[in-house]
Design a protein around this ligand. Sequence first.
Ligand SMILES: [Zn+2]
Ligand SMILES: [Zn+2]
Length: 159
Amino acid sequence: MHKDKSLKKEEYKLLEVGRCENCGGILKDAGVGIYVCSQCGHETLSPFGKVKKYIQENGPDNAYNISQATGVPVSRIDKFLREGRIEIPDGSDCYITCEMCGTDIRYGRYCPACATKLKKELSSALVATEIGEVPKKNGKMRYMDTDERKLSNKDTRKR
Ligand SMILES: [Zn+2]
Ligand SMILES: [Zn+2]
């Protein structure tokens, strides 16, 4: 039996983060979108940092494009949005939707109306970042429509 129980939970967390590209040391999450090497102090952008930088430089985009540009998986980007760590600015063409009613929201998991309903039902407070904001301007395209987008790109592609 080679069950490795020598690693504590915290150490697992560190391993998940990755290794330093300079010296192979274990990276630590510095918490501001940056990973710092525990050995040489080399700094790299975390997946969150990469996504944030991309949005700052290129403006809002759908998760598929952000994923292509940053190498961060779509599921991870979706999680950042759901956690309210990043948000889609007003007036963009793509949003995520409320998990209850499908209304467009800029971040979080529920629209304010559903959050109010849920709060009453659950009587437990939702985390503030789980309650998204409804964009003032309605988008033409929804965030998860990447397949449709791909198809329409194919149709208009030059030969
Ligand atoms: Zn290092
Ligand atoms: Zn809703």
